[in-house]
Write a protein that binds this ligand. Structure first.
Ligand code: PEP
Ligand code: MG
Length: 412
């Protein structure tokens, strides 16, 4: 057991070059926990805000003013750390102190505790004695809010090496498909610049259908059978297209509009044609009934809520009641504190909702989410494929796979 002896913050920059905060927590004067907060570009309406009035300096000022409240707390007592943050901010979305502060303080404290206990973070976060490794889910092609004009409206085309027996095989397979897709894109368009989106997926000037086609070709060129060794996934991020006034999805880059019924058809066709193992936010964040239709129609696909469920246990309970999804993204900074996110994970696991622990499009080089994915029994870890801030998480999973506590890959 170790007590917090110091807590300090600093201003840093994330992978998009935007300002963010990093928090250092030291317990017993020697055990350092250090966490730098990520942030999203396609954010859900009901997720925690990153900073009060968008100002990271304000979060740091608040921490400095109230730092004494944390000194002397048990670093491993996540509930006390969370309650102390809540004594400073009881808003539903951490608008007073910023979700980034709640994120960084709670994870840094647990990291400090894990150092004091001389055990890996995932073990400090879970009382389990064995763990299975989540499959890496990686972005091979980006569009939507993560890439510029001319790219697909769909935000992410993803791959998951579902036939892999080890984490190394899964990582290497994802890397090889990402590389092969570049070859396919260069053949398709000799002027392709090798440009990439925020998460490292290629960002070609292609429409949605063509982007899916070339992704499937890259998989098949390597001798894999789509849906067998390697499967495709899509994050539609449909709230980006949803126009509340028109009550339509506007696919502005491709030049068409979908009514809510047409959107279900549109998503269903893609799920069927490309045998998707994973379909995220196929309809907008408040379309619980439309998501339920897709969940019913595709029991073998992970029909996943991200903006729909925003790592909020109450919203997840609503989604469970209406059978709106069979899987859900876990992004700690959507919830705010790690305590909130672990409560969310408990509800998901009790109700057979498959978890996917996820990065944000604006990331740090931290790798705590590899541990959080293990501790929450996540089936997948959505962390990208290339780019230092993405590879850092995959490399940490590879390091952790050397531990005797991890026995094989998760079942998806
Ligand atoms: C996502 O939508 O799943 C995602 C990772 O993007 P962002 O961080 O921009 O929300
Ligand atoms: Mg998403």
């Amino acid at each position: 057991m170790s007590k917090i002896t110091s807590i300090e913050g600093r201003l840093l920059y994330n992978s998009r070059g935007s300002k963010t905060i990093e928090i250092d927590i030291i317990s017993d004067n020697k055990f350092l926990g250090r966490v730098c907060a990520p942030s999203g570009a396609s954010v859900g309406k009901y997720e925690a805000v990153s900073f009060p009035n968008g100002n990271p300096e304000e979060s740091l000022r608040i921490l400095k003013e109230y730092s004494q409240k944390f000194i002397g707390l048990e670093a491993s007592d996540l509930k006390s750390i969370h309650d102390t943050l809540r004594s400073l901010d009881d808003s539903s979305n951490y608008s007073n102190i910023g979700g980034a502060l709640a994120f960084s303080v709670t994870i840094a404290s647990m990291e400090s505790a894990s150092r004091a206990l001389n055990q890996p973070l995932y073990q400090t976060l879970s009382s389990r004695s064995s763990f299975t490794c989540p499959f890496p889910l990686g972005n091979i092609l980006g569009g939507g809010a993560h890439a510029g004009p001319g790219t697909p409206d769909i935000q992410e085309i993803l791959i998951c090496a579902i036939g892999s027996k080890t984490i190394r095989e899964a990582v290497e397979t994802n890397l090889s498909v990402h590389k092969e897709l570049r070859n396919v894109l260069e053949k398709e368009d000799p002027n392709f610049t090798n440009g990439r989106g925020d998460e490292g997926g290629w960002a070609p000037k292609l429409n949605n259908e063509k982007a899916l086609e070339v992704s499937a070709i890259a998989i098949e060129n390597l001798g894999f059978t789509l849906g067998k060794e390697v499967s495709l996934g899509v994050d539609f991020a449909s709230s980006t297209q949803w126009d509340e006034k028109k009550q339509k999805y506007l696919y502005e880059r491709a030049g068409f509009e979908n009514s809510p019924d047409k959107q279900i058809e549109f998503a269903a066709k893609i799920i069927e044609k490309y045998k998707l193992v994973y379909a995220e936010d196929a309809v907008h964040e408040e379309a619980f009934e439309d998501m339920a239709e897709l969940t019913k129609k595709f029991p073998k696909t992970m029909v996943t809520g991200d903006d729909l469920t925003v790592t909020n246990k109450n919203i997840l309970k609503k989604a469970i009641e209406s059978k709106s999804c069979n899987a859900s993204i876990l992004k700690v900074n959507q919830a705010g504190s790690l305590y909130d996110a672990l409560e969310f994970a408990e509800v998901a696991n009790k109700n057979n909702i498959k978890l996917i622990t996820s990065h944000r499009s604006g990331e740090s080089v931290d790798s705590h989410i590899a541990h959080i994915g293990l501790a929450t029994q996540s089936k997948m870890l959505k962390v990208g494929i290339v780019g230092g801030e993405r590879v850092a998480k995959l490399n940490e999973l590879l390091r952790l796979s050397e531990h005797g506590l991890i026995c094989g890959m998760a079942e998806i």
